[in-house]
Design a protein around this ligand. Structure first.
Ligand code: UGA
Length: 435
């Protein structure tokens, strides 16, 4: 089979390229950031993702995966080109499409034979048609091409496993044979394939992320109600989860969602709806509830410490979720800033995100391990549920703290155990604990 080209070696592009190579395809991955390409050629990854370095190394050594910054080289004799560039939030919450536009233009300028352009980036509904117009307009001479939308559903931190074990593959196109050809690439993954039109495929991605974010905001609101009524949200979700219509996943109450996907996608979907004159009430409330969690965390620690002014607070975990160094829209940023504004000295520890965190919250004193950080702190706050925090020597931590106060924003500890050890402990939504 002809090689596959992937444009953009960010999260989605690099994982897509490396995984397709691992499935036996020849893949050429392109990025206009020459530094990134140079590093990748040396085996240096642009992101932290479990298993990625080994996967890339294995496929580069096998001659199936290569990197370039040249469109001319990347598009030579290929049949499929995946666009996997970033679509960050613009000033009003709309998706910023400049990278997709420039990728489409460069593809058009360098196309030599007919090909299928596959959009992997999360893009506003209607982008497939827009990309087709850009390519048509920028091509020096007419060459046949088709556009297919193939949204990606992988999660950071489990990206390779998610890519290799999708719940479904969604393919949208106005040209069924093109979508069917792309489907061939996904057949080895043995997941159901949903063939639909372009706009519907693009909407499936937004609707999926919006639903997941809604699930989290919903359980967070239930968690607050649990607290005032004396119920335990962990047992409530376990009880709910047995109902197959509800399911047990994505119902962990805590500090809510962050990252590079939910925040920008929910905003972009609300923006698209508002632009067409609708009032997306649920989406707006889902965002309000989510960002309220960060304020609540600061209120709780204020109450537990009797005011944080002049106190030293240690943050356990800084990345937006475990197994990633991604700090985009991480709750730790807002929480640290609010604590500092309230007069606290803030310390931080994260297994991998310290470097990125330091650049974003420079007033936070960073530490290399949780014990050194805990020494003489007035309180600790669990912000990210890294596994290593579940295994901490809590007796030792207690001895290091000035006062044994732990606010657990991710409910990783057992209330009875913490109280038995003599901690002033508070989770979220855990009955009357903390009241
Ligand atoms: C999310 C989706 O899960 C992926 O399917 C999608 O492909 C991706 O966005 C994307 O659009 O690119 P990701 O942002 O990597 O993936 O992370 P998730 O594991 O979904 O977590 C998102 C946020 O929700 C995190 O901040 C996490 O802490 C929070 N979360 C998750 C909860 O607060 N409670 C839960 O029960 C689950």
């Amino acid at each position: 089979m002809k090689p596959i080209c992937v444009v953009g070696v960010g999260y989605v592009g690099l994982i897509t390229g490396a995984c397709f190579a691992d499935l036996g395809n020849r893949v050429i991955a392109l990025d206009i950031n020459e530094e990134r390409i140079k590093n990748l050629k040396k085996g240096i990854m642009p992101i932290y993702e479990p298993g990625l370095e080994e996967l890339v190394e294995r496929n580069v050594n096998a001659g199936r995966l290569s990197f370039t910054s040249s469109y001319k080289e990347a598009l030579k004799d290929i049949e499929f080109v995946f666009i996997a560039v970033g679509t960050p939030s613009g000033v009003n919450g709309e998706a910023d499409m400049q990278y997709v536009a420039s990728a489409a233009t460069s593809i058009a300028e360098n196309i030599t034979s007919s090909l299928i352009i596959i959009n992997k980036s999360t893009v506003p509904v209607g982008t497939g048609d827009w990309v087709a117009d850009i390519v048509k307009g920028a091509m020096p001479k007419p060459i046949d091409f088709k556009v297919v939308s193939c949204p990606e559903f992988l999660r950071e931190g489990s990206a390779i496993v998610d890519f290799m074990n999708p719940h479904r593959t969604v393919l949208g196109s106005m040209h069924r044979e093109a979508a069917e050809k792309v489907a061939q690439l996904y057949l080895p993954l043995r997941a159901p394939i949903v063939l639909t039109d372009l706009r519907t495929a693009e909407m499936i991605k937004y609707a999926s992320n919006a639903f997941l974010a809604t699930k989290i905001s919903f359980i967070n609101e239930i968690s607050d109600i649990c607290e005032v009524l004396g119920a335990d949200v962990i047992e409530v979700t376990a009880g709910m989860g047995y109902d197959k219509r509800i399911g047990p996943n994505f119902l962990d109450a805590g500090l809510g969602w962050g990252g590079s996907c939910f925040p920008k996608d929910i905003l972009a979907l609300a923006f698209m709806a508002e632009e067409k004159g609708l009032n997306p009430k649920i989406l707006n409330t889902v965002m309000d509830v989510n960002y309220g969690r960060r304020k609540d965390a600061v209120r709780h620690i204020e109450k537990m410490t009797g005011g944080v002014k002049g106190k030293t607070i240690g943050l356990l975990g800084l990345a937006f979720k475990p197994n990633t160094d991604d700090m985009r829209d991480a709750p730790s940023i807002d929480i640290a800033k609010d604590l500092i504004a309230a007069g606290a000295n803030v310390r931080g520890y994260d297994p991998v995100a310290v470097e990125f965190a330091q650049a974003l919250i420079p007033s936070v004193e960073m530490f290399d391990d949780p014990y050194t950080m805990a020494k003489d702190c007035d309180a600790l706050m669990v912000i990210t549920e890294w596994n290593e925090f579940k295994q901490l020597d809590l007796e030792k931590i207690k001895g290091l703290l000035k006062t044994p106060i732990i606010f657990d924003g991710r409910n990783i500890y057992e209330i009875e155990e913490m109280e038995r050890m003599g901690f002033n402990y508070r989770g979220m939504g855990r009955g009357f604990n903390g009241k």
